[in-house]
Design a protein. Structure first.
Lengths: 307, 342
């Protein structure tokens, strides 16, 4: 029994390393000043997919929606063993909230399914930039599939059903879910395998068309659009011949209705963004000496903080 | 898509599990009362399960004007699709203007599913909710009395205010402990609507083979005094000092995400945006730098004492008392001072 597995992954700014340079004066985040990483929980989702494929046979296709730079996570996925990778990129997808994003991703999954039915979609539980955990359940709803969230382990896939252990918040449970279905995987999921040196060598030149266009523009500054296009075509054809052209889909390729994408397709609007302002109130510096510390403890007892 | 209904209720989806109402629902009723009063509309609690009408009294005492109790065997144990189907049906029929969920694993599984089905906007993990006006920047259209959904983003480094001008209902999830729970009012009266939704086995395709509650090792939310350690503690051995101080104070031990990730203490002790939000009388932050994600979980403690060897640590900006020094020397001083007054 071989399974057609799709993993939805995201390249995110490394929010744990936000420094002063990353924040603009108006309080917005300068994403390009932040190192971009593979969303951590998506790596666990990928690992789970790879393990299921290794165990049962099948194919793992990784999808990501983002600007051309997002190809980095596609190459990373191929280096770790994914069979195929697709970039969904389109300026008209910009400013998509979770609803619009989930709509676009559901169209992409349906597009993958045109070649062969998809059995399982796996996602990280949430991304570290938005922290919402909304895209996977919304994608499942748009596909009309059941969902199993907070998955920590898959015990078996058999008889058209997935048996998984999930965290319920109040404990855990083991569930059986018919396929096709969507799983979200937490950081308690299987430890991601490292990229293999052999695969790194094999895929490091892989590019999507959008990246090729950017690279051609850099290599030929001031060139006419025709010449750039011709050069991009030439490079793309060369990579394709060597199996190194990453697939790239626009919103048209996946049959998306533009009214459901981007700003128009997003019911949530950001009204305002503020940098976090630290407010101190009545700060007392206490010397690291026995008498000063004792005086502080005394004050806390006096005001009934310490009972 | 559901048409806007500015006379619509404020709803709180009150989660229950195994006969127990989750605290977060009661906390949200307190906030919901405030929002409903501002809007001049009714506050309703929605509760779903096999047998849940028994919770109605408590929900009313905590602020609900009306309780919608959906009862069916297929709702006996939570699973996504039957719960979503019932809730979507209720929303389409009753057209609330605001629907609030606890940001628990159940809430985060259910709310997005419902938002997707109703094509509504949903904001996760709000740290505050308010009502206010909004002007759309491009169209200049004016909206009155929208729900302001306020939450940190980008790892907690910014605070965003989000609105859903054109989509109904406006939905949000809120984590446990973020909204204070007001006392129950035993004199409150309300309406109870009990009904059996139309569900068949085809609506509940997941089979739950086994489920186990996990004993929570520590109840941080209920603790008056918390001694929390971060990356600066340095080792599991050094954490012993925190345990000793907590014991001397009759408090509990908390931790930042860094300390949990380092394996020095169990995840159940984690305080912060992805851990637990606490509001103790006293929070002693030891070796915690005070990154915004952590502060989001403890900044409303009545008194905050920070111990850190780095005078630049951001935690000092929210602390009431700050001690720059080596915790290995400072904590024994604190333990000693606390013990001596006994």
């Amino acid at each position: 029994m071989a399974y057609n597995l799709v993993v939805l992954v995201k390249q995110v700014p490394d929010t744990k390393r936000i420094t002063g340079e990353a924040m603009r004066d108006d309080g917005t985040v300068n994403r390009s000043a932040l190192p971009a990483i593979y969303n951590p929980e998506d790596l666990h989702a990928l690992e789970l997919a790879l393990e299921l494929r290794d165990r049962y046979g099948g194919r793992v296709t990784v999808l990501t929606m983002g600007p051309p730079q997002a190809c980095e996570v596609l190459r990373d996925s191929l280096e770790r063993g994914a069979d195929d990778a697709v970039l969904i990129t389109d300026r008209r997808a910009a400013a998509s909230d979770t609803l619009a994003t989930s709509y676009i991703l559901s169209c992409a999954v349906r597009t993958v399914a045109r070649s062969a039915p998809v059995d399982l979609v796996l996602c990280g539980r949430q991304a570290i930039d938005g922290d919402t955990a909304q895209v996977p359940p919304q994608t499942a709803e748009k596909l009309g599939w059941p969902q199993v969230t907070y998955v920590e382990a898959v015990e078996a896939v058999e008889g058209g059903r997935v048996r998984a252990r999930r965290n319920t918040g109040a404990g855990w449970e083991r569930v059986e879910c018919p396929m096709p279905c969507l799983l979200t995987v937490t950081d308690q999921g299987p430890e991601p395998r490292p990229p293999s040196a052999k695969r790194i060598m094999a895929t490091k030149r892989a590019r999507a068309r959008a990246e090729i266009q950017q690279e051609a523009a850099v290599a030929m500054p001031g060139a006419a659009p025709d010449a750039l296009a011709a050069e991009a075509d030439r490079r793309a054809a060369d990579l394709e011949a060597r199996g190194l052209l990453l697939r790239q889909w626009t919103l048209d390729d996946i049959g998306a209705d533009l009214a459901w994408c981007g700003r128009d397709g997003s019911p949530t609007k950001v009204k305002r963004i503020q940098s976090v302002v630290l407010k101190g109130s009545g700060f007392k510096r206490v010397e690291p000496a026995a008498d000063a510390v004792a005086a502080m403890v005394h004050e806390l007892i006096e005001d009934h903080t310490i009972g | 898509m559901i048409e806007a209904n500015r006379q619509g209720d404020v709803w709180v989806v009150a989660e229950q599990n195994d006969g127990q109402l989750h605290d977060v629902g009661l906390e949200l009723l307190s906030k919901g009362r405030e929002l409903a009063a501002t809007l001049g509309v009714r506050l309703s609690a929605v509760v779903m399960g096999a047998n849940v009408a028994e919770h109605a009294d408590r929900l009313i005492r905590h602020g609900a004007d009306r309780v919608l109790a959906a009862e069916h065997d297929l709702l006996g144990h939570y699973q996504t699709q039957p719960y979503a189907k019932v809730l979507v049906g209720l929303i389409e029929r009753e057209r609330p203007q605001i629907v609030l969920f606890g940001a628990t694993p159940v809430g985060r599984d259910l709310a997005p599913r419902v938002a997707s089905a109703t094509r509504a906007g949903l904001t996760a993990d709000c740290t505050d909710l308010d009502v206010g006006d909004h002007t759309e920047p491009v169209t200049r259209a004016k909206y009155r009395n929208l729900l302001y959904q306020i939450r940190p983003a980008f790892g907690g480094n910014i605070i965003a205010t989000i609105v859903n001008p054109d989509r109904w209902p406006q939905m949000a999830t809120v984590r446990e402990g973020v909204m204070p729970m007001l006392d129950a009012d035993p004199a409150r009266r309300g309406e109870v609507v009990r009904f059996r939704p139309d569900l068949t086995a085809a609506d509940a395709v997941l089979k739950v083979l086994e489920h186990r509650p996990a004993e929570r090792r520590v109840n941080l939310k209920a603790s008056r005094i918390i001694v929390a350690g971060g990356a600066g503690v340095g080792s599991k051995e050094n954490f012993q000092l925190l345990w000793r101080l907590a014991n001397a104070l009759g408090g509990t031990v908390g931790a930042s995400r860094a300390a949990v990730d380092a394996g020095w203490i169990h995840k159940d002790h984690q305080v912060g945006q992805t851990g637990v939000t606490v509001r103790p009388a006293l929070y002693i932050a030891v070796g915690i730098s005070g990154a915004v994600q952590h502060r989001a979980g403890m900044s409303e403690a009545r008194k905050i004492v920070a111990v850190n060897s780095d005078p630049q640590a951001p935690i000092f900006q929210v602390a009431h008392y700050g001690i720059v020094g080596d915790l290995a020397r400072v904590l024994p001083m604190m333990i000693d001072a606390v013990k001596r007054r006994v």
